[in-house]
Write a protein that binds this ligand. Sequence first.
Ligand code: GH3
Ligand code: MG
Ligand code: MG
Ligand code: MG
Length: 314
Amino acid sequence: RQIQTEFPLLTSPLRTTGDRFPDTKLPLLLIIDDDIEFITFMKDFLEQHGYQVLASLTGKKGLELFYDFHPDLVLIDYILPDTDGVALLTQIVEKARNEFTPVIMVSAHNSNEHRALSFNLGATDFIGKPVRTDVLLPFLKNRLASREQILAHILQDELTGAFNRKFLEKKLKEQSALFHKENGYTFSAAMVDLDHFKKVNDTYGHHTGDQVLETFVKVFEQMKTSGETISRYGGEEFVVIFPGASAQEADARVEEWRNRFSSITFTSGDEQFHVHFSAGIAQFSDAPGGESILERADKALYYAKRTGRNRTVS
Ligand code: GH3
Ligand code: MG
Ligand code: MG
Ligand code: MG
């Protein structure tokens, strides 16, 4: 199950511009420090150990990087020349908390007074310089694993490992913001509902029904391209977001998935059966007073159901 693999959520669900980082499986760290030697050494060292690293010598630039890339963890030098360290920390902590992102103070001022102040300001941890790299690695791993668990609980559905509605809301906000910001950008959504699923439960039992739901999501995960996400909207109803795709493109993607899923033979005892799904697709539109993308996708789905099921309507 997706929830149990290491770091599947990091670097993607809350990020708005993750596309600029093609290797989205690696955790993304932000280091803000005015010591260029320290930054250069840490960047090399951490990149060699499986991290992506954003680095900034100034607080101002660091904050911008934070807003642009939503890193998974932040390391900040306690005192920076350009920004008041306290003001910077306060701003980053405030934003980072919303995303459960650890903020680690790294400082040569290794006193209890500085530690207390950092913690009072909301820092997650405090590391004294010089940094012991043999301690830093397991430390980072722990902090990122904790964040991963929190995100999984908050954003994923337990049974299928698909994202949940809370994630979907964030995704829709992110995508519509991109639509308004980048000229020509569009995206589409598919509302997908398993056909006659009640009958699957009634005939083969709920446990088998659960397995069908898990397989349904697994097939999507195997076929999805980068950026496509599936969220569980209700019992056997899911929403897929296709970033950058027209309704036509999303339709073609759903058809590939639908054909693949329909071809799967499920077994329950001696019996074999197939399950199908119907899908409704809508492309984002900001027409004033218009219906939301999900309302329109839902209408298309309803139409697909009414006109025979096992089909995609856009
Ligand atoms: P339609 O083709 O019109 O969508 O028919 P349907 O039978 O799929 O639709 P209906 O809404 O009548 O039934 C959905 C069923 O899905 C009823 C509900 O018990 C079942 N269901 C919802 N969540 C779960 C789940 O987590 N596990 C299992 N096994 N069944 C679930
Ligand atoms: Mg310094
Ligand atoms: Mg159904
Ligand atoms: Mg339904």
